[in-house]
Design a protein. Structure first.
Length: 368
């Protein structure tokens, strides 16, 4: 069995190297309890293994288990956060040296603009102010009707709707006599008129109307957010990014629970769960490891349970409530193929700590 390391040194050591390739693990985290730090550490350490193996050996202490391979590449998918904020957060999780050396090994997929497009947040709040202005709409293709009449007006006035056309161009039809003043534009107009007349049926319905009606009927029939063509933009973008990233790689999704903030008219929770179930099947076939960050307090227990059921494993991050000091705890709730490698007294909740190598387990173990 081939394993992929989490990139969290002590946990990987306990698991004899990592988790089986083809796993999708849910990181269910309370605020500040370490789930996101775990994901960032995993991305940084696995990227470091490919960008600077010497630094990886020094900080991670190497991989000394047979059958363990580092992922071919690392992808970090952000639903609502920008790439700049993710890169800044990485420097707060691991040392500046590790973040700098690992940076070139992490590919960020920033889905935040598509996410906010589906909200009532003003575009000026999330669009990049340095981005170039949008290009003007393309001119209609030859023979297409222009609903605003601008293309026809341009032809009649010997002008052009193309902003990059700097003058009038009249082409003579090959084979015409020199004295014939008929131009390509004139002939094209005549053809368009003839075609339009031929396309109009006896009841006044044009072919274009018929085609539009047929298209509308096809789209409406059986319309569901599970279909690729009818999926909300954010799910389509997320699915495309996953399809591109998954395959012997480490992929982080941060955070799937952000999708619950969108209205049900945009994205239903059932569609999110279906996407995860499909992702689990794809990863099982292609290999690799996917970590799915979920903010536990942002959704109901039932919703969190549906995410856990759709993935192959679940790590839970919380806080120890007893005593005068708070401590971050990691609980291994489910991890098929890996739990069997732990001693009976090691299946517990572990205290964790943060240091220059990022998130890791402490030497103190809390047995539950």
């Amino acid at each position: 069995m081939v394993d992929i390391p989490f990139g969290v040194s002590r946990l990987d050591s306990m698991l004899d190297g990592g988790v089986p390739t083809g796993s999708v693990v849910l990181l269910a985290t309370e605020p500040g309890a370490g789930g996101r730090k775990f994901a960032q550490t995993s991305a940084a350490m696995n990227a470091l293994a490919t960008t600077d193996n010497e630094a990886f050996e020094r900080h991670y202490r190497g991989i000394d288990h047979e059958g363990v391979i580092v992922p071919a590449s690392v992808h970090y998918l952000s639903v609502a956060a920008t790439t700049d904020s993710l890169e800044a957060a990485l420097t707060e999780t691991v040392s500046t040296e590790i973040a700098r050396r690992a940076a070139t090994g992490i590919t960020y997929h920033d889905l935040s603009a598509t996410y906010f497009d589906a909200t009532d947040v003003p575009a000026a709040w999330y669009q990049d102010s340095d981005a170039p202005p949008s290009l003007p709409p393309e001119s209609p293709a030859d023979g297409d009707a222009d609903p605003n009449g601008t293309a026809d007006d341009a032809i009649e006035n010997n002008e052009t709707a193309d902003p990059f056309d700097y003058g009038e161009t009249t082409a003579t039809i090959p084979g015409d006599d020199a004295g014939d003043s008929t131009t390509a534009v004139d002939n094209a107009t005549a053809v368009d008129d003839t075609t339009a007349a031929a396309d109009t049926s006896a009841d006044g319905t044009t072919a274009a109307d018929t085609a539009a009606t047929a298209t509308s009927s096809t789209t409406g029939a059986g319309s569901d957010d599970s279909g690729a063509a009818d999926s909300p933009a954010i799910l389509s973008t997320l699915r495309a990014s996953l399809d591109d990233a998954v395959g012997g790689t480490l992929v982080v999704i941060d955070a799937v629970t952000d999708l619950d903030d969108l209205s049900d008219d945009v994205v239903s929770w059932a569609a999110v769960v279906r996407l995860l179930r499909g992702l689990t099947r794809m990863v099982a076939a292609r290999g690799g490891l996917v970590l799915v960050v979920a903010d536990a307090e942002a959704v109901t227990d039932a919703q969190l349970g549906s995410l856990s059921a759709a993935t192959t494993g679940t790590l839970s991050f919380g806080w120890e409530t007893g005593g005068s000091q708070r401590a971050r705890l990691l609980s291994i709730r489910e991890l098929p193929g890996a739990l069997g490698r732990l001693d009976r007294d090691e299946i517990a909740a572990f205290e964790s700590e943060l240091h220059d190598r990022g998130y890791d387990l402490s030497n103190v173990r809390k047995i539950r």
